[in-house]
Design a protein. Structure first.
Length: 293
């Protein structure tokens, strides 16, 4: 049998990777806003700040002027690549297997990259301003909840919920909490979180907490650590933007320089950023909850 890589193999493998990614890849992508961008960097949002209405106290007085504050948020891509070599015909046949281990490995690698970009953007440095040349660091003073020598508690979730509500976030804007197995264990030990009187989901039945206090919980072992403490993220969907410059692209080619070994290659160009207003201590969309693991 010829060892040449056929177009059918290429197309079927590409379809398989994309299908699997949609079904089983990134965990966080559906919880944030998504858009497609072009260029080295892109202005993802034009923002208009709030105004204060002027109370008229005299008749026929001068018309007051209200200067509308403007800002812009930028997002920049990172390039990711996965690559492997297949050197036997038996392995080549596996590429088009619906349960191909190669497709799963590529899917998992790129899915983790998407989640890493989103998690990093939650508390990372955002780019703002007319040209995106101004750095906005995460406001740890006003938008971070201290660990307090304990793990994740219902009290901390109440605080995060209060902060998001007080910032006038839309109550219809879906809220997400990204946490590790340590924090799931913490909540399972909290009476309020596991009580059927407070939670319509029965977490003790399957050892999971899916939704509580308006938050949808997503388990991830990739959350960041700060000085040995886990940085749990609580945010509204509009608080983070995931951008795509190049969706997952796959190629299967023969390498003449490597004795015609088959090269299985995948890549994507992606990025993420926070979206909340620059320099505001009271208006935010992302809360960091520090927890002792």
């Amino acid at each position: 049998m010829s060892l040449n890589v056929t177009t059918a193999y290429v197309n079927q493998y590409k379809a398989q990777v994309q299908q699997l990614l949609q079904q089983h890849g990134t965990r966080l992508r559906p919880s944030v806003m998504n858009d497609t961008f072009f260029g080295e960097g892109a202005k993802m949002l034009e923002q208009i700040g709030q105004l204060t209405a002027t109370k008229l106290t005299v008749r026929h007085g001068p018309t007051p002027q209200s200067d509308t504050p403007h800002s812009a948020r930028w997002i920049h891509p990172s390039d990711y690549v996965v690559n492997d070599f297949v050197d036997t015909q038996d392995k080549l046949r596996m590429l088009i297997d619906p349960e191909s281990i190669y497709a799963k490995n590529h899917r998992d690698a790129l899915g983790r990259a998407i989640d890493d970009e989103i998690i990093a953007a939650g508390t990372g440095t955002a780019k703002v301003g007319k040209t995106g040349s101004t750095d906005e660091t995460f406001d740890t003073t006003n938008w971070s909840i201290a660990a307090g020598a304990v793990g994740l508690t219902v009290a901390k979730l109440r605080t995060a919920n209060r902060m998001l509500l007080a910032a006038e976030n839309d109550v219809e804007d879906p809220r997400t909490c990204v946490l590790s197995a340590d924090q799931v264990e913490d909540l399972l030990g909290e009476t309020l979180a596991v009580s059927i009187d407070y939670n319509t989901v029965k977490p003790l039945a399957d050892g999971q907490i899916v939704r509580f206090m308006g938050f949808s919980f997503i388990h991830s072992e990739r959350i960041l650590a700060v000085a040995g403490e886990d940085a749990v993220l609580a945010y509204v969907k509009s608080g983070l933007m995931f951008g795509v410059w190049n969706e997952i692209e796959t190629k299967i080619t023969e390498r003449a320089d490597l004795n015609y070994t088959t090269q299985v290659y995948g890549r994507a160009s992606i990025g993420a950023s926070r979206t909340h207003e620059m320099g505001s201590a009271t208006k935010g969309k992302v809360v960091r909850i520090l927890c002792v693991p």
